[in-house]
Design a protein. Structure first.
Lengths: 115, 115
């Protein structure tokens, strides 16, 4: 049981380049999330998904797009990277099971630098 | 809107001494509260949660947290700190009436346990 995995672990982009971060979970969770972590700011929610084929905006969605074509995968895209998107990105997932308070399980993170 | 405050960026404690990491929250209803820990270059790991019931919640690795509704606090505690407890700790809150099971995280507290 791998839990939540993220690809890649590290990436360096030039301003204006695009890339996709992949998150995969093998726990059959309905909910998936993308966060960014910046020093002194905790984690901020970028986008989330409550099920296959559905996505919604979080706190800081600008400059990012997401897709959830398969239940186990949640993709985060940067169409035109900017230095302000330099951050560590975390994916998380959680199950419903009638309990909206279930804890989230996190992936190991992707460290992205935009030059 | 829900919010979380962790008033201390850094907490230092000697090994064997009790530790406390502080957290206060603001939500419109009864909160769901969580503590997560992050070790260097790792994702967040769930420690414990308060949903309802006893105000003292016990979690992983000997940690516990006390929910205080009148003071809107959810401080993390451990009777005897270990050097291996050194990590970044995040408090999070979910408004049970909020949208889509989103968590709001505090800015984090770096705990250092000195040998």
């Amino acid at each position: 049981n791998a839990g939540v995995t993220q690809t890649p672990k590290f990436r360096v982009l030039k301003t204006g380049q695009s890339m996709t971060l992949l998150c995969a979970q093998d726990m059959n969770h309905e909910y998936m999330y993308w966060y960014r972590q910046d020093p002194g700011m905790g984690l901020r929610l970028i986008h989330y998904s409550v099920g296959e084929g559905t996505t919604a905006k979080g706190e800081v969605p600008d400059g990012y797009n997401v897709s959830r074509l398969k239940k186990q995968n949640f993709l985060l895209g940067l169409e035109s990277a900017a230095p302000s998107q330099t951050s560590v990105y975390f994916c998380a997932s959680s199950f419903i099971a009638g309990a909206s308070y279930n804890e989230q399980f996190f992936g190991p993170g992707t460290r992205l630098t935009v030059l | 809107a829900q919010s979380v405050a962790q008033p201390e960026d850094q907490v230092n404690v000697a090994e064997g001494n009790p530790l406390t990491v502080k957290c206060t929250y603001s939500v419109s209803g009864n909160p769901y509260l969580f503590w997560y820990v992050q070790y260097p270059n790792r994702g967040l790991q769930f420690l414990l949660k308060y949903i309802t019931g006893d105000n003292l919640v016990k979690g992983s690795y000997g940690f516990e947290a006390e929910f205080n509704k009148s003071q809107t606090s959810f401080h993390l505690k451990k009777p005897s700190a270990l050097v291996s407890d050194s990590a970044l700790y995040f408090c999070a809150v979910r408004d049970p009436f909020g949208s889509a099971r989103q968590l709001t995280f505090g800015s984090g507290t770096q705990l250092t346990v000195l040998p």
